[in-house]
Design a protein around this ligand. Structure first.
Ligand code: ADP
Ligand code: MG
Length: 205
């Protein structure tokens, strides 16, 4: 019997593989045309290596991070690897997820990415989707909105974050080599991050 967390990871993997060409095309515009290929390879490995019967959400995410770290490559491999591992640490021992738990895991992922990538908000990276999503989720949860609705708002904020990446120049990663010529293009990493968040939202419904 597979667990809920495994099924969720499997759904994420399917969505990433479905969007492989889309993500790679985005990276072709401002990078080296490998983001979709990298992510699809990583998430394919995740569903092969994370045990289907792992009920501990934290342990499953830690394993996911380790697998991504060793298989995705590029800049995004270590960044997504760190994000999932750090999120996993926060969720160690949990077999159910509350809104507050999910918020805490996003906060840990943000800190991990910031540290590893020496990046902040506004540099045209995955953080430009993740930070607004986290902020929106936290605001809704602290106002008493339920997890599912808060997650909807978080996904909206992530999509707005993607739009925002079109308006700014990259100052981190390969896209930064283009300087202002990166303006007008959406960031591949912000896009994959949003796809992952939306998949989690849809899965939890
Ligand atoms: P590479 O750029 O090495 O080819 P990918 O194409 O897989 O790696 O991933 C590119 C994505 O990684 C970018 O779209 C951006 O979102 C993210 N990224 C790159 N550098 C950083 C960084 N220093 N901090 C945060 N995110 C970054
Ligand atoms: Mg690339």
């Amino acid at each position: 019997m597979s667990t809920k967390i495994y099924d969720c990871l499997k759904t994420i993997s399917e969505k990433i593989i479905e969007n492989k060409d889309f993500l790679t095309d985005l990276d072709r515009e401002i990078g080296d045309a490998d983001h979709g290929v990298n992510m699809a390879r990583g998430f394919q490995a995740v569903i092969e290596k994370v045990p289907e019967d792992e009920a501990d959400i934290g342990a499953a995410l830690k394993k996911t991070g380790m697998v991504l770290l060793s298989t995705v490559g590029g800049a995004s491999g270590p960044l997504y690897g760190t994000a999932f591992m750090d999120a996993g640490k926060v969720l160690a021992g949990k077999t159910e997820l509350t809104g507050a738990d999910f918020g805490a895991s996003l906060a840990a992922a943000i800190e991990g990415i910031k540290k590893r990538g020496h990046a902040e908000k506004g540099e045209k990276t995955m953080l430009d989707a993740l930070i607004p999503a986290y902020d929106a989720l936290s605001e809704k949860l602290s106002g008493g909105t339920d997890f599912s609705e808060a997650l909807d708002t978080a996904c909206q904020a992530a999509n707005e974050g993607i739009e925002y990446t079109k308006t700014i120049a990259a100052t981190k990663g390969r896209a930064s080599y283009l300087g202002d010529r990166s303006i007008g293009h959406q960031d591949p990493g912000a896009t994959s991050l949003t796809i992952i968040l939306e998949t989690i939202r849809d899965f939890l419904k």
